[in-house]
Design a protein around this ligand. Sequence first.
Ligand code: FEO
Length: 396
Amino acid sequence: MTTIIDGVYWVGYVDWTVRDFHGYKTEDGSTYNAYLVKGKQTAVIDAVKGPYAGELLRHIQEVADPATIDWIVVNHAEPDHSGGLPALVAALPNATVVCNEKCRDALAHHYDVSNWTFKVVREAETLELGEGKTLQFFNTPMVHWPESMATYLVEDALLFSMDAFGQHMASSERFDDELPLARTLEHAKTYYANIVQLYGRPVQAALAKLGKLPLRVICPSHGIIWRKHIADIVAQYQRWMVTAATRKVVVFYVSMWGSTRQMAAEIVRGAQSVPGVDVRLIDIDATHDTVTVTELMDCAAFACGTPTLNIGMMPAMARTLTYVKGLRPQDKKGFVFGSYGWAEKGASAADAMVAEWGAERIREPLTVRFRPDAAVLEECFNAGKALGEIAAAVAE
Ligand code: FEO
């Protein structure tokens, strides 16, 4: 348990060991943040992942008798937050579950809610806890599920922001001023790229609405709490939600016998020949997709390389492109390249997936039979230089 401000407590769980969050490699673990607000009445805000409900209850008992808790606010039905709800509801005999209509429906599809008491709230509805604690509810659809909601503690200008502004990062510290800001922002960026990047427009709508509220503290459902660097994280979200390009080129590839690797290296050299451009080379066999999609989020231009295997692209590239096109980084320009032996199908299959992703292809796939010769390597260099020039033109 940690006190956030008078009458508001963190009662969640720090998950030091989780390494996979539906495909997102959580190298530094995560937290499932739950909170408790004490006025005349008492409310718990969200639960934790199912296996950690006992820890949640232990933290709650440090500040309140479970029998005195009146409300359980459920901002989001995803099981990393709702999994502990059945145990929580059972342990708080006098608590009513507060959520919106869509969330009630989602909870009913996850759990046996036949014995739960619900209070369904509408947009901007308030719930007075007394003693200067009023909760207000704002729907934030698709941030990160359709039923998502944020809860605002009016008098304290404190926002329980749900998944928004979160980070998958386990730590002993709970506040942004207790850790290096750059580290927290890096985690927040990776989190944004892998969890909410697809939902840029809903994020913009949520930010337009919530950004009008006075904000002194932001309590997300994962990671550290923002109380000093609110302006920094909001400014970063303004960039990420439009996946704003920086002067960066990303070349990601997979190779079989080294030809596509050679082409990648020459494309990189071409991009590096343009001054002021940050160039990243990613071998997807050695790099998790979590990292690749984060690098792609703020690049201006890219190249995607795969040889042909069995009349298609390499399976590793199919996996990476499936992940990337699902999260859909916006306004990126690039091309596909790769070698083949007797069927020129790998690059064309990848090119079709890049089209599905929605990225602009600036040229036909750059391919070579078996090994790139000097002429092909020169073409790779020039194509890489074209990517560098696209990146260099980005206003910063
Ligand atoms: Fe942290 Fe969408 O759940």
